[in-house]
Write a new protein. Structure first.
Length: 51
């Protein structure tokens, strides 16, 4: 199950409240507010990913 990169919650792809595509990858969000936050500065949240 993918993690919301903003709040680090597990997100069911079928129940995601929002999605964003960045650099060819789709990110799933538990809330629209997390998507808005991510879209403003994706690199800030993706820098936390280690693989």
């Amino acid at each position: 199950m993918p993690k919301n990169p903003v709040c680090n919650m597990d997100v069911d792809e079928k129940k995601a409240q929002a999605t964003s595509e960045y650099r060819g990858k789709i990110y799933y969000f538990c809330a629209k507010g997390c998507k808005v936050t991510f879209d403003k500065n994706p690199e800030m949240y993706l820098g936390k990913e280690k693989g």
